[in-house]
Design a protein around this ligand. Structure first.
Ligand code: RB5
Length: 150
């Protein structure tokens, strides 16, 4: 599994902590920045990673800003992206099992790295259930996307 990882300045510290954790888990990742706590605009990093995931250059993405909200808004603009802002383990599990989320967003100013690591572990290790009722709902999203993004 190959992960595209990125943050703005608000998520920089958490991103650096999660990089160490991903190494421990032996999960391959590419860091798309930012590279310091100097202010950068979250759409610049968020769109880049969402497009990489949409193009299937990476299996999944993890995007971190101050709240996780900006990154989630940005990533969900891209066709085929199902970004999930998860600040608890329950949501992380079901974002994968029910929603087949392909991007996780986190708020570096909201949660500590201990909880973030648990969320990342569960989110990465949970498969989409593939159940008919969830497929039907995801298909409805896809159908609307196909109409909107011609
Ligand atoms: C940056 O100050 C902050 O607005 C950003 O990290 C993020 O929280 C936006 O949603």
């Amino acid at each position: 599994m190959k992960i595209a990882l990125g943050s703005d300045h608000g998520g920089y510290q958490l991103k650096e902590n999660l990089k160490k954790y991903l190494k421990e888990l032996k999960v391959e990742y590419q860091d798309f920045g930012c590279n310091s706590e100097n202010p950068v605009d979250y759409p610049d990093v968020g769109f880049k990673i969402a497009i990489e995931v949409k193009n299937k250059n990476y299996d999944k993405g993890i995007l971190i800003c101050g709240t996780g909200v900006g990154m989630s808004i940005v990533a969900n603009k891209i066709k085929g992206i199902r970004a999930s802002l998860c600040h608890d383990v329950f949501s992380a599990r079901y974002a994968r099992e029910h929603n087949d989320a392909n991007i996780l967003t986190l708020g570096g100013r909201v949660i500590g790295s201990g909880l973030a690591k648990e969320i990342v572990k569960v989110w990465l290790n949970t498969d989409f259930s593939g159940e008919e009722r969830h497929l039907k709902r995801l298909n409805k999203i896809k159908q609307e996307e196909d109409k909107i993004y011609k």
